[in-house]
Design a protein around this ligand. Structure first.
Ligand code: HEC
Ligand code: HEC
Length: 298
């Protein structure tokens, strides 16, 4: 009897040992992916300095791309993702104040971060939607960077991302999705943006650089940006928008007021309310012209 128990003990010990080793190996793989550095060839983007370009950049940064949603109104940054089991990710202080990146950043650093999702030292930027910002035209990218260079300095220390063993394990198993830098073809040419105007083509661009797909899924048929996040409903004519007028859509984007309800702030309409009439018309033209995909709402 004793002998049998001993064998069972050795067997269990073996299983536990294999499990522990697997966890360590997989989390090591996750750490390797997280620590991988990217050396990328950065496009030369002219950075204007005139007031009209800075104003254009401010509009795109605040009303379209929500830079100041994640990085805070004054761009001083804050803890953005915090899960004791997984880790912590700060949205960086983008100003030239103490603890911010603004003072040391060159024009090339701005272009690298915005179009490759990579920091000046080659580190992958977590949760920073560069896979979308890459679609901006050089002129608009230049305008955004011109504006970022004018924001007043604010002192605030924002830390580099920290992951727990579990976080590295989940990242290795792809349970946390890919980092933007991993989704980008760093060798490929950036595609050319359509001219601004009330067209479906420009609406498509606005939906991309407006990061709508982060929360409404890549095909816009509904999704969520991460586990436990609120559901972003179907935006194709397969969802509620099929019965809406353009005015209904504008009321959602400006006031968060849908025909059937008041939207929560999980939908960042308080940023999008600054979009121009022409921009909202373009987005409406694009969304209402999409194929009606079945609502996959849970
Ligand atoms: C969905 C939230 C989100 C939005 C929107 C967003 N960012 Fe970020 N950004 C982040 C996070 C989080 C980080 C930190 C990534 C890291 O340290 O791994 C970051 C990092 C950066 C960095 C790199 C800082 C460094 O460490 O070198 C720059 C530059 C930046 N953001 C600029 C912008 C600009 C400009 C916009 C708007 C065009 C913008 N961000 C929009 C979340 C966001
Ligand atoms: C940070 C996540 C997030 C982003 C980014 C986002 N949305 Fe949303 N959106 C939501 C959520 C969550 C809801 C549902 C809110 C509710 O029901 O209270 C929503 C609701 C909507 C609705 C109402 C749909 C319905 O069936 O009632 C529309 C329209 C919409 N979003 C359009 C957009 C557009 C266009 C963009 C990009 C320009 C965008 N959203 C970007 C999260 C997001």
């Amino acid at each position: 009897m004793k002998k049998v128990l001993r064998w069972i003990g050795i067997g269990l010990g073996g299983v536990v040992g294999v499990l522990v080793i697997s966890v360590l190996v997989i989390s090591f793989m996750g750490a390797r992916r997280l620590n991988r550095t990217y050396e990328v060839a950065v496009d030369a983007v002219p950075i204007p300095t005139d007031a009209a370009a800075v104003a254009r950049g401010e509009h795109l940064a605040t009303a379209v791309s929500g830079c100041n949603d994640c990085h805070l109104k004054d761009y001083s940054g804050e803890l953005f993702f915090d899960d004791p089991a997984i880790g912590q990710i700060y949205a960086t202080n983008l100003t030239a104040g103490q603890g911010g990146i603004g003072a040391a950043y060159t024009d090339e650093d701005w272009v690298r971060a915005l179009t490759h999702g990579v920091s000046p030292d080659g580190r992958i930027l977590m949760l920073m939607p560069s896979q979308y910002f890459r679609y901006y035209s050089d002129a608009d990218l230049g305008a955004i960077i011109a504006y970022m260079k004018t924001i007043p300095p604010v002192d605030n220390e924002t830390l580099l991302p920290q992951f727990t063993l579990m976080g590295r394990l989940l990242f290795a198993l792809n349970a946390l999705g890919e980092a933007p830098a991993e989704m980008i073809d760093h060798e490929g040419e950036r595609s050319s943006a359509p001219p601004a105007g009330a067209t479906a083509e420009y609406g498509e661009l606005l939906v991309t650089v407006g990061t709508c797909k982060d929360c409404h899924s890549a095909n816009l048929a509904g999704g969520r940006p991460g586990p436990n996040e609120p559901w972003g409903p179907n935006l194709t004519p397969g969802g509620r928008l099929a019965s809406w007028t353009e005015a209904d859509f504008v009321a959602v984007m400006r006031e968060g007021k849908a025909p059937d309800r008041q939207l929560s702030e999980a939908m960042p309409w308080q940023s999008y309310r600054g979009m121009t009439d022409e921009e909202l018309q373009a987005v409406w033209l694009y969304l209402s012209g999409l194929d009606a995909l079945a609502a996959i709402e849970p």
